[in-house]
Design a protein around this ligand. Sequence first.
Ligand code: ZN
Length: 66
Amino acid sequence: MEKPIKCCLCESQLDKNTVGLNMKFHGRKITKYFCIKCLAAHLDISVEDLLAKIEDFKSQGCTLFE
Ligand SMILES: [Zn+2]
């Protein structure tokens, strides 16, 4: 079992899509992850925009997303 990944700011547990999103923005070798809310704040965009991006990546067939 992979250990659960938590947000480095608020410690909420991340789902696969959020982990994938972190990798898309920060590369696959990152050690710190953000939950979708903290990532949105960090990137200064809205959570809705991030959710839309997840859908975009999924439709491109990216394997980081489910
Ligand atoms: Zn967070």
